[in-house]
Design a protein around this ligand. Sequence first.
Ligand SMILES: [Zn+2]
Length: 405
Amino acid sequence: MVTQRLYYKDAYRIEFDANVLRSIPGHKDTIGIILDRTCFYPTSGGQPCDTGTLDSQPVFDVLEQDGEIVHWIAGKLQSTSVHGRINWPRRFDHMQQHTGQHILSQAFLRVLKAQTVSFHLGEESSTIDLDRSTLEASEAEAVQDLANEVVFADRVVVAKFVTPEEFSALELRKSPAVEKDIRIVQIEGFDGSPCGGTHCSRTGQIGPIAIRKHERRSQETRVEFLCGWRALRDHRWKTRAINELALAFSVKDMELPEAVFRLMQEATENRRELHRLRDELLHIEAAKLLGKATPWKDTRVVLRAFDEREPQQVRKLASFVVECEKAIALLGISGTQARLIFACSKDSPIDVAILLKGTCLHFGGNGGGQPHLAQGGGFPGDKVGEALEWAYQTLTAKRKGKKNA
Ligand SMILES: [Zn+2]
């Protein structure tokens, strides 16, 4: 049996009495209740369901099944006749968003000839998808202006079922999804469209209609919007955020974007300057290390272990050390895990990748790289000093060996 939908006639009705026709067992202890009549709107047409109570049982979901409306509750009903009550703030919020959507869709059609292809009423914001891939900010503002003019004009909104004759005489924004029992929602002198949802009775009740943002989605544009209380709440947190930021930046609210962009530019310049100064310091450090390097024939070998230092800095330091002729850098960082960075100048006959790999393997780790720059680790950090000494001995022994050969 088809459930009588009391919201069709009166979207403002929040209480009703009804008879339980039957119930369906659901998941775990949930039960689906089917009544002869209801004020509860089921999730459909892009609009989420109402919530509320049946006697004292909370209704957490409402769905439509073959003309019947199923009210999902988590407990049992004590009687076959029940008193239902819907959550009014939630219902009114949905009415504001949904009626606002009708106006916004018609405004897009009038201003930009853009058709709405789908609508979704979300928990926080709602969206419509338009049949065009572009939308300029000025176009969105013109649409928003027209939509709010209709709100401020406080036009009458009528929802009614029409006969086939009445239907054929109507000029509608879109075609109905059903063939019979067509319900039309008309906004006086502005819009007419088939719809089974819940709407405000006058446009003034919608409150402000605000487009929050829009984005291209393939050949369509998704427009996110807020109506009524949602628009006010959005305005409120944004105003608070902007005022706090303006105070922090010591500028007027209107000057905030400029102040932020200026700060971002300064930050980029500061970062660049910081890198330059760091490199300068690393060059000085590299020169100092070379001054204290161990001479080995015509080559200077820099042997140095650091505690907890950024590998990137040490890598750079190694490359600065070997910028001069005939230099080798055997650097390491201790910590929980050892890290070795070996480098040699371009004129050096040494392959530091082979030396580094051999050293790491000897201490239970691994590594590799290019003949002039290599890195590795993977063994305990407290072995770094020992590993560098081992590498140095191997290096010098090899050179002796080569010479003797
Ligand atoms: Zn509607």
